[in-house]
Design a protein around this ligand. Structure first.
Ligand SMILES: Cc1cn(CCC(=O)O)c2ccccc12
Length: 161
């Protein structure tokens, strides 16, 4: 039986911080499912399909990462795929309150467990929204994103559709 875990997020776009956690999770599990969670109410900079494509490109080398999208409850995604574990990255204490609440709710709803990986301090400050903001104002975010993502972000900000 394969040991599976899910790494959920919006990944709009995937950053080096996300990739660090996904890579570390891929060493702990037979298969890591990266779930791009669809949030209809929030218009992203990249489409769900673009986010999936970028994630697939930057995780291909790990060999055991599957990238999918999901609309609805994460625990339903887990149930459908027989995934008993959610793996999340924790950046700072400020993340913990909400993550603890979600972990307890998800476990109560479905028995699915949540495992936290402390982010590499290098990426503690990092989030997709901050990267987009800095890039939009011409800031250098090249060290925070995989090259293909930097290229896509630069293009999108330059106005390509
Ligand atoms: C630190 C961290 C935040 N998130 C969710 C951010 C999002 O929703 O895009 C992650 C997803 C995967 C790996 C690490 C992380």
């Amino acid at each position: 039986l394969l040991r599976r875990a899910v790494c959920p997020g919006s990944f709009d776009p995937v950053t080096n911080g996300h990739l660090d956690i996904i890579a570390r999770a891929s060493k702990l599990y037979d298969v890591v499912h990266v779930a791009v969670m669809i949030n209809k109410s929030k218009q992203g900079l990249f489409t769900v399909e673009e986010r999936i494509e970028l994630l697939r490109q930057v995780t291909a080398e790990y060999g055991n990462v599957v990238v999918e999208s999901h609309h609805g409850l994460l625990v339903d995604f887990c149930k459908e795929r027989d995934i008993p574990a959610i793996v999340k990255g924790l950046r700072a204490v400020s993340d913990f309150d909400y993550e603890l609440q979600m972990a307890q709710m998800n476990n109560g709803l479905s028995g699915v467990e949540t495992l936290f990986i402390p982010t590499n301090p290098t990426y503690s400050f990092l989030s997709s929204s901050l990267v987009k903001e800095v890039a939009a104002w011409g800031g250098d975010v090249s060290h925070l994103l995989p090259p293909v993502v930097l290229e896509a972000l630069t293009g999108r900000i330059a106005g390509d559709r």
